[in-house]
Design a protein around this ligand. Structure first.
Ligand code: BGP
Length: 469
């Protein structure tokens, strides 16, 4: 079976991970800058210098057969402190970059928020402060009206990664741990921010399509014969996936979703979150008007029953087996025999992608189109010798087994319209710095020279034949 002729094959990127130039064009600071500085582990500057080198990267994309790219606008290039007067240098930069996309036959899918909240708004409570939601909506409205050349808009990238990593695992700023109340409140507020943007998009009658991107981690019981493991999987799924799927795709939280969330809060002696009836009306309206959902899928989770206190260790170095995840009132992550792990302890399970696609198709029938907006494999890689091609066959295998699941989904009537490999080129990783490389194009961060990897050639062939070889 082949991919449809109008299928989008693209590379995925994000502004803060690629652009560098964090002080150019009067750009404002984002929440990561003081946080990373304090950690002293790595610097987001110059990342892969996309701010200056986008013509080269977009040309490479076109030359290697890609017909699309996922890109995000840095809110702080347009509004350095999140609101106020737009910064012309930022506006011009994005117009020029989008024009360069078109020149190379690349359709840009544009994300409004990819983990880069303005520091000024982070200071006032981030997504927990409703005023910041209003500022986000105003920024989105400005972009819709200014960048009329864009056909595909994405409201927020991976709200789950924001909320859970900000307030449960503490790997994102402000680095708070085990505050499930804030996590769930942020999750609901992110759903609300997304909904308000979608509703404004429709009110303004903007042409083009609008969607949201979710990181979906398929959660299974470690041992499906054990009731405790089954329940732990449900609890973890609510934290990671379900509140978002219900909120953005279903337009309502099911009774089971709410009761699982409240069970987690009660087990941690934490207060229930605030959800009003009028907010639910907004969520419902947005879900009726949504064009597509993007699925970012990398790995699955396997949950065991657990009754201790929370303990998490993030593997941010690639030292296999160094991570721990045990959450009070939820469960403990384990890895069943036979499941291959990446060096960063992510269990590889392509079936998990199929299961998420089928779940969306079955449980959230309002969803029209689905895109795989991120999927790929992080590896430790060395610069190839001149005239040699970096052999990343492991990445090709990973992409291939996941694309097989995408084809299977299409065959079974699930409307998947595109696949964006994470990532287009090597770039900065939020919690892993520069040693975890995902790109089709190797980047020498000292010279910023690009080297197409074996996967880039493989991908080119795929875009031409539309067949998996
Ligand atoms: C997703 C994010 C990306 C990217 C990717 C890989 O969650 O949307 O921004 O970072 O994951 O993650 P990591 O860099 O942690 O390996």
């Amino acid at each position: 079976m082949k991919f449809p002729t109008d299928f989008y094959f693209g590379g995925a990127t994000a502004a803060f991970q690629t652009e560098g130039a964090v002080k150019e064009g009067n750009k404002g600071e984002v929440l990561w800058e003081p946080f990373l500085k304090k950690q002293g582990r790595f610097d987001p500057e110059p990342a892969c210098d996309f701010y200056h080198r986008y013509p080269e990267d977009l040309k490479l994309s076109g030359d290697f057969g890609l017909n699309s790219i996922r890109i995000s606008i840095a809110w702080t290039r347009i509004f350095p402190t999140g609101s106020g007067q737009p910064e012309q240098a930022g506006v011009d930069y994005y117009h020029n970059m989008f024009a360069e996309c078109r020149k190379n036959g690349i359709e840009p899918f544009v994300t409004l928020h990819h983990f880069d909240t303005p520091e000024a708004l982070h200071q006032t409570g981030d997504w927990l402060n409703e005023e910041n939601i209003t500022k986000f909506v105003d920024y989105a409205k400005f972009c819709f009206q200014e960048f009329s050349e864009i056909n595909y808009w994405i409201t927020i990238n991976e709200p789950t990664s924001m909320a859970v990593q900000q307030y449960t695992t503490g790997t994102f700023p402000p680095g708070e741990k085990y505050n499930f109340h804030k996590t769930f409140q942020a999750e609901h507020n992110l759903n609300l921010a997304h909904a308000r943007v979608v509703n404004e998009f429709r009110k303004l009658q903007i042409s083009g399509q609008i969607g949201v991107v979710h990181a979906l981690q398929t959660v299974y019981p470690f041992d499906s014969t054990k009731k405790g493991d089954m329940h732990a999987a449900k609890l973890q799924d609510v934290l990671d996936n379900r509140l978002f799927l219900d909120g953005t795709l279903g337009g309502e939280y099911s009774q089971e979703t709410l009761s699982l969330m409240n069970e987690i809060l009660a087990a941690n002696d934490q207060a229930k979150i605030s959800i009003t009836d009028s907010e639910m009306v907004e969520l419902k309206q947005a879900s009726d008007q949504l064009d597509f959902v993007g699925v970012n899928y990398y790995f699955s989770k396997y949950m065991k029953e657990y009754h201790g206190i929370s303990e998490t260790i993030h593997n941010g170095t690639g030292k296999k087996g160094s991570s721990i995840s045990r959450l009070q009132g939820i469960g403990e992550s384990g890895v069943p025999d036979g499941i291959e792990m990446t060096d960063w302890d992510w269990p590889i399970n392509p079936q998990g992608l199929y299961d998420q696609l089928e779940r969306i198709h079955t449980n959230y029938p309002k969803v029209q189109d689905i895109y795989i907006t991120e999927n790929g494999l992080g590896l430790k890689e060395e610069k190839p010798a001149e005239n040699e091609i970096l052999d990343d066959s492991k990445r090709i295998d990973y992409i291939k087994i996941h694309l097989q699941e995408v084809l299977r989904a299409i065959e079974n009537g699930i409307n998947v319209k595109g696949y964006f490999v994470w990532s287009l080129q090597d770039m900065f990783s939020w919690t892993n710095g520069y040693s975890k490389r995902y790109g089709l194009f190797f980047v020498d961060f000292d010279t910023q020279k690009r080297y197409p990897k074996k996967s880039a050639y493989w991908f080119k062939e795929l875009t031409e034949t539309k067949e998996l070889s």
